[in-house]
Write a protein that binds this ligand. Structure first.
Ligand SMILES: *Cc1c(COP(=O)(O)O)cnc(C)c1O
Length: 371
């Protein structure tokens, strides 16, 4: 059994994917070829975002937005410590300070009440400018964008949604890609919409921002690559990845439904004995992960592993405890929820090609241990 089964997905899509790759090999435009722009149109149509700027990874998607917003030294950017390192890494990378805000214990996403407290603290401190917030849609569930937006408006913060796990998710009738001033997503192979290598995209309705991003992703180009008007990065998405992603986008809604069905079965089987994911009314998760809380996580994981059942821990340590962020309050008394959940969360297989017998085996494995 696999935690994420890309082989079965490939077998299901093999003729289309091979033909798409063949077309790229034939036309030979490996960088910024036609599939890149076709994918951007497909993604704009899918999400309803006005602009989609594809790029080399989810990390670069986040980074390019911070660069376009000219966030840097002296700026505070608020985010959660209960996320993949890239979310906070890009903040430090541009020279700004990540200010970690604790999460809601039920959704694992940034707690809006704690966010506003953190903004007040930064403002009172008078050392940093409060500039932006990066809510993370952890495990595929969108953050509470209405509440975050109200705080952002009040305090003049821009909102960069880290939708690297939530492409396909929904919040109050709106799709991920339309929930912040800009949204970053990732096409890393294991994400809900995954390529066969690295890839990402930024979504925004802001014409000016989209123009800046298109420049930044190609070395800060102006009229052409040899007209260098700002500092940028090598941030392009490969044509081959775009071609592959177009094939996968065609079946993406079916895959989301499969993930939802699997989540429902887990909920029914496990919710009496474990804390299962909480999806508030009006939200749709993209189910990047199905994460439960276990009192004795290591025992459960060992027991599953001995039965050949894979599991994973996202994330074993909140980012303020990581050596990469030495100045970020290693002993921050304000982050107890992130600290305690990092000790109990465990994620179960939920890829769309998980078979019913395999899922029953997982469930039996878990319940057997509990008795
Ligand atoms: C995967 C991920 C990223 C980074 O995406 P890459 O494509 O791997 O660079 C950023 N934030 C979150 C929350 C992620 O899960």
């Amino acid at each position: 059994m696999k935690f994420v089964d890309l082989n079965t997905q490939f077998k299901a899509l093999e003729p289309e994917i091979r033909a798409a790759i063949e077309r790229v090999l034939t036309h030979g435009q490996f960088v910024m070829g036609p599939e890149v722009f076709e994918l951007e149109e497909d993604l704009a149509g899918y999400t309803g975002a006005k602009h989609v700027v594809s790029c080399s990874s989810g990390t670069d998607a986040l980074l390019m937005v911070l660069m376009a917003w000219e966030i840097g030294p002296g700026d505070a950017v608020f985010t959660t410590p209960f996320t993949f390192v890239a979310t906070a890494e890009v903040i430090a990378r541009v020279g700004a300070i990540p200010v970690f805000v604790d999460i809601d214990p039920r959704t694992y996403n940034i707690d809006p009440a704690r966010l506003e407290e953190a903004v007040f603290t930064v403002k009172r401190g008078n050392k940093l400018r409060a500039k932006a917030v990066i809510p993370v849609d952890l495990f595929g569930l969108p953050a509470d964008y209405d509440a975050i937006g109200r705080i952002a408006n009040k305090h003049d913060l821009t909102v960069l949604a880290d939708g690297c796990q939530s492409f396909g998710g929904k919040y109050r009738g709106k799709k991920v890609g339309t929930l912040g001033d800009a949204t970053a997503t990732s096409f890393f192979p294991a994400k809900p919409l995954g390529a066969y290598g690295d890839g990402g995209a930024v979504f925004t309705d802001d014409d000016h921002l989209a123009g800046l991003l298109r420049s930044i992703r190609i070395h800060g180009m102006g009229e052409n690559q040899y007209d260098n008007v700002r500092i940028g990065i090598t941030g392009r998405l490969d044509t081959l990845q775009a071609a592959i992603l177009r094939c996968k986008l065609a079946v993406f809604d079916q895959e989301l439904e499969a993930r939802q069905r699997i989540a429902n079965v887990y909920d029914t089987a496990l919710s009496d004995r474990f804390t299962t994911p909480h999806i508030p009314d009006g939200y749709r998760s993209a189910w990047a992960q199905y994460t439960i809380q276990a009192e004795d996580r290591e025992l459960l994981r060992q027991h599953l592993a001995s039965a050949g059942i894979p599991s994973a821990v996202y994330y074993p340590a909140p980012l303020h405890k990581q050596p990469a962020f030495p100045d970020c309050n290693q002993d921050n008394p304000l982050l107890p929820v992130s600290e305690s959940l990092s000790e109990s969360v465990v994620s179960l297989p939920i890829h769309p090609y998980l078979t019913q017998p395999d899922q029953l085996e997982i469930i039996e494995g878990i319940l057997h241990l509990k008795k």
